[in-house]
Design a protein around this ligand. Structure first.
Ligand code: DX5
Ligand code: ZN
Length: 213
C-alpha cells in the first residue's frame, strides 16, 4: 500500500450518468478526477470541453486533473482555468517553442501546471522545464483512446527523468494502468496514476482503486 494519488479517467465512465459516476468514484477512494480533453487534431479523437469541466466542478469534491490533448493549448487555458480546473496539463509536442509562457499562463490563474510527453518524445527535450511545473505526465500509451496496452519503454523514461527533479514535482503515468503496471510505475518513482478502463471495467470499483495503491 503506497500513498500514490489515484486519478481515475472519466473517459471510460458512463457519460449519460456523469454525476453518479463521480459520486461513485469519490465514495470508492478516488483522489482526483482525470479529465481527458481531445480536439481531433492533436489526437484523432474528440471528447469534452471547458463547459463540461465547469459542470463537473459543481458536483465534484475532489480536484479536477485536466489533461489537454489539444493543439494551441494557450488559446484555451483561460477557459479551463475559469471552469475550475485544479491542475492543467498540456503537451510539450503541442507547444514546443513557448513552453515557459504556457506554464506561466496556467500559474497566473493559480492553477497547478503539468507538462506531458507522448511515447516518442525523449526526456532530454523536457529537462529544462521539469522544475518549473507542478506535475509531469508520462504517457504510457499513444494519447487518444482509453483501453490501450501499457508501453513499458515509456515508463522506463522515468529513470532518466528522476535525477533531474529537485522539487516535489508529481510524476504521473497515464495509459494502460492496471494492478501490475501500476506496481511497475510505482517502483520507478511514480506518485500519481491515471486509470480508466481498469477501474470502470471492474465490477468492484473500491477494490480496483485500492489495488492500484
Ligand atoms: C489516453 C488518455 C488516458 C486514458 C487512460 O489518451 O490520456 O487518460 O483515458 O485510459 P486507460 O486507463 O483505459 O488506458
Ligand atoms: Zn489522460
Amino acid at each position: 500500500m503506497s500513498n500514490v494519488i489515484i486519478s481515475p479517467s472519466i473517459l471510460s465512465s458512463d457519460f449519460a450518468n456523469l454525476e453518479k459516476e463521480i459520486k461513485r468514484l469519490e465514495e470508492n477512494g478516488a483522489d482526483w478526477l482525470h479529465i481527458d480533453v481531445m480536439d481531433g487534431h492533436f489526437v484523432p479523437n474528440l471528447t469534452i470541453g471547458a463547459p463540461v469541466v465547469k459542470a463537473l466542478k459543481r458536483i465534484a469534491s475532489i480536484p479536477l486533473d485536466v489533461h489537454l490533448m489539444i493543439d494551441n493549448p494557450e488559446k484555451y487555458i483561460k477557459d479551463f482555468a475559469l471552469a475550475g480546473s485544479d491542475i492543467i496539463t498540456f503537451h510539450y509536442e503541442a507547444v514546443k517553442n513557448n513552453v515557459n509562457e504556457v506554464i506561466d499562463l496556467i500559474k497566473s490563474y493559480n492553477v497547478k501546471a503539468g507538462l506531458s510527453v507522448k511515447p516518442n518524445t525523449k526526456i532530454e527535450e523536457i529537462i529544462s522545464y521539469v522544475n518549473s511545473v507542478d506535475l509531469i505526465l508520462i504517457m504510457t500509451v499513444e494519447p487518444g483512446f482509453g483501453g490501450q496496452k501499457f508501453i513499458k519503454e515509456c515508463a522506463d523514461k522515468i529513470k532518466e527523468l528522476k535525477p533531474h527533479i529537485k522539487n516535489n514535482t508529481i510524476l504521473e503515468a497515464d495509459g494502460g494502468i492496471n494492478k501490475e503496471t501500476a506496481q511497475y510505475c510505482k517502483d520507478l518513482g511514480v506518485n500519481a496514476l491515471v486509470a480508466g478502463n481498469y477501474i470502470f471495467s471492474n465490477n468492484n470499483m473500491k477494490e480496483a482503486i485500492a489495488s492500484l495503491r
